[in-house]
Write a protein that binds this ligand. Structure first.
Ligand SMILES: Nc1ncnc2c1ncn2[C@@H]1O[C@H](COP(=O)(O)OP(=O)(O)O)[C@@H](O)[C@H]1O
Ligand SMILES: N[C@@H](CCC(=O)OP(=O)(O)O)C(=O)O
Length: 369
């Protein structure tokens, strides 16, 4: 049966750590694996990092630039180089590829989000392997995916993939960073997010020299993907052939089991496609109503309003300590909410001078995160 498979490969697997030069055998073996999977009829999307790393190697820079403009310029050099290599290798195996460069704003606006979806569907239907990266050269700091783990999970969620493979330079997830904690325990399966929270995994800092985000972004990517019903696997990038073995049932890497009832596509867009522009802090009663009873959010349960936002923008919903529990689209702007927070719905008209919605966030526009 045809499966949709999204594979993400990080800079740490695509390049040699000592020199920053391309890890040609890994890239060739990844190309072969993806072509094999295509020949078996599967639909494939590759999310490839490496624009900045390869650009640095090309320009003789020995560390990842920190200045934004330089990083964006270097990515412009590296992205072309990277695509040239992919095209040469995939063309050798008669596999057409496409370059898809995305920015966060492509997913924020609903019409553009649906447009990206349609383009992926066409490319998959044509049997093309899309090679996706963040459009680093034009992305602005406030509207960035920031890391390709998140981008790959959003793509997997968008196309409702069956599998997401996060290829990296460790063989799986451990209870702590195995580089600094040698007796860290390997983890093979995470059945649900509650289990993940209980494991209290230590993720340390940034990851390897050229990587962005380290393990923490892979875990949050897995969270996004499994909510969409996508089985997610963290495994070693140096052995891309393992992808086929894993699909055939071999217990390699760390598996995150997909949520049995995936969150609807629109709610996933609210939760992960949109960029929240404010925060609402709730009292315990409102949190229980949302979490346990699946109710809408009323003004009465809001303790504090943070940020400036307009009607129908996305906000984070937090407990009193600032821990996020949900996201949603608001029926009131931040100025109105400052006036009506803590008030009963029947008093809203008297306070604002006009009748608004009964709920601050209707349950159809509210997603638990
Ligand atoms: N709990 C953990 N389990 C495994 N690896 C971890 C953990 N915490 C941190 N890491 C680090 O994360 C790194 C991989 O992240 P990163 O360098 O961003 O890779 P990539 O370029 O593949 O995205 C590993 O090299 C490892 O040192
Ligand atoms: N878009 C950037 C990569 C960002 C990123 O997430 O990097 P990595 O942690 O190596 O997967 C690039 O192409 O260099």
């Amino acid at each position: 049966m045809t499966k949709t498979i999204v594979v993400k490969i990080g800079t740490s697997s695509l390049t040699q750590p000592e020199t920053g030069q391309l890890a040609l055998s890994t890239i060739a073996s990844l190309t072969e694996t993806l072509c094999n999977l295509r020949q078996q009829g599967h639909h494939i999307i590759l999310v490839s990092s490496g624009a900045v790393g390869v650009g640095c190697a090309r320009l003789g820079l020995t560390e990842r630039p920190k200045a934004i403009a330089l990083k964006q310029a270097v990515a412009a050099v590296g992205q072309g180089r990277l695509m040239r290599i992919y095209d040469d290798l995939f063309t050798t195996l008669q596999q057409p590829i496409a370059q898809v460069l995305l920015t966060r704003s492509d997913l924020v606006q609903r019409s553009r989000y649906l447009n990206v979806y349609n383009t992926f569907q066409e490319l998959l239907g044509l049997g093309v392997i899309s090679i996706v990266n963040e459009n680093d050269t034009v992305a602005i700091e406030e509207l960035k995916f920031g890391d390709n783990d998140t981008l790959s999970a959003l793509v997997a969620s968008l196309v409702e993939a069956d599998w997401l493979f996060l290829l990296t330079d460790v063989d799986r997830l451990y209870s702590a960073d195995p580089r600094t904690v040698p007796d860290a325990k390997p983890i093979s399966l995470i059945s649900n997010m509650k289990e993940l929270a209980e494991l209290q995994i230590q993720t340390g800092g940034q990851g390897s020299q050229w990587g962005t985000g380290g393990m923490v972004t892979k875990i949050s990517a897995a969270r996004i993907a499994i909510a969409a019903g996508v089985r997610t696997v963290i495994t070693q990038g140096r052995f891309p052939h393992n992808i086929e073995k894993i699909i055939n049932g071999e217990p390699i890497g760390t598996h995150f089991a997909p949520q049995p009832e995936p969150t609807s596509a629109r709610k996933r867009w609210i939760a992960y496609g949109l960029v929240p522009s404010g925060k609402l802090y709730l009292d315990d009663g409102a949190i229980a109503a949302i979490l346990q009873a699946g109710k809408s959010l009323l003004a009465a349960g809001i303790k504090t309003v943070e940020g400036e936002f307009d009607h129908q923008e996305a906000v984070q919903i937090c407990d009193i300590h600032g821990n996020e529990i949900a996201r949603g689209l608001v029926n009131y702007n931040s100025e109105e909410l400052q006036k009506i927070r803590g008030c009963h719905s029947r008093d809203i008209e008297g306070i604002l001078g006009y009748a608004g919605a009964e709920t601050v966030i209707h349950r159809d526009n509210l997603v638990l995160t």
